[in-house]
Design a binder for this molecule. Structure first.
Ligand SMILES: [Zn+2]
Length: 192
């Protein structure tokens, strides 16, 4: 009788295991700012809206592949504090974190394009190098930023362009520009 029970149990276990989903890769996308914190802002265009739109598009695009689950630190116009964000990240323990931001200079500038901030570790620097293949050549800098410092997983912070540059501002706030940026980042995530 015991042997039969064992056989039945292992049979059931095999069935359950074959139906359990394969382990997904978790990716965190952090849309900077939110709520009262507009981030960089000019002519009624706010950083918080640009990065949220792009974060949502990345989630949608990357999750077309069943192997990935993309978690957003915010998916609406709320403001989770920086420590709430990194607490969430460290609980989830994702493969990587990408924090999205928009650059700003006090006056209109000729400066344009992406900038990547990295952690003081090789994994983060490697991610930045790979991301550059999708985005094109851009500066990679080390900076002591809360999200990079407090995340215990590989993280990068990506500045999408300059709010204070006319062309960048138009591109980042356009539907076409946002779609293009989201696709480049999604390609990078899937290819990593
Ligand atoms: Zn920002």
């Amino acid at each position: 009788m015991k042997a039969l029970q064992l056989i039945i149990l292992s049979f059931l276990a095999a069935i359950i295991l074959s139906f359990s989903p394969t382990s997904k890769k978790y990716i965190v996308i952090d849309a900077g700012h939110g709520g009262k914190d507009l981030g960089a802002t000019r002519n009624g265009i706010h950083e918080k809206d640009i990065v949220l739109n792009i974060a949502k598009q990345i989630k949608k695009s990357v999750e077309r592949n069943d192997n990935y689950e993309v978690i957003l630190t915010r998916d609406d116009d709320s403001y989770p504090s920086l420590s709430e964000r990194t607490e969430k990240i460290n609980k989830l323990n994702p493969e990587m974190v990408i924090s999205l931001h928009v650059n700003q200079t006090p006056k209109e500038t000729e400066k344009t394009g992406f900038e990547i901030y990295v952690q003081k570790n090789e994994q983060s620097k490697n991610l930045a190098e790979k991301l550059k293949h999708k985005l094109g050549e851009c500066p990679v800098k080390e900076e002591n930023l809360h999200l990079l410092r407090e995340s215990k997983v590989p993280a990068i912070l990506l500045e999408l362009g300059f709010m204070s540059n006319t062309k960048d501002r138009a591109y980042m706030s356009s539907e076409e520009g946002q779609k293009e940026i989201a696709e480049k980042i999604s390609d990078f995530i899937r290819g990593n």
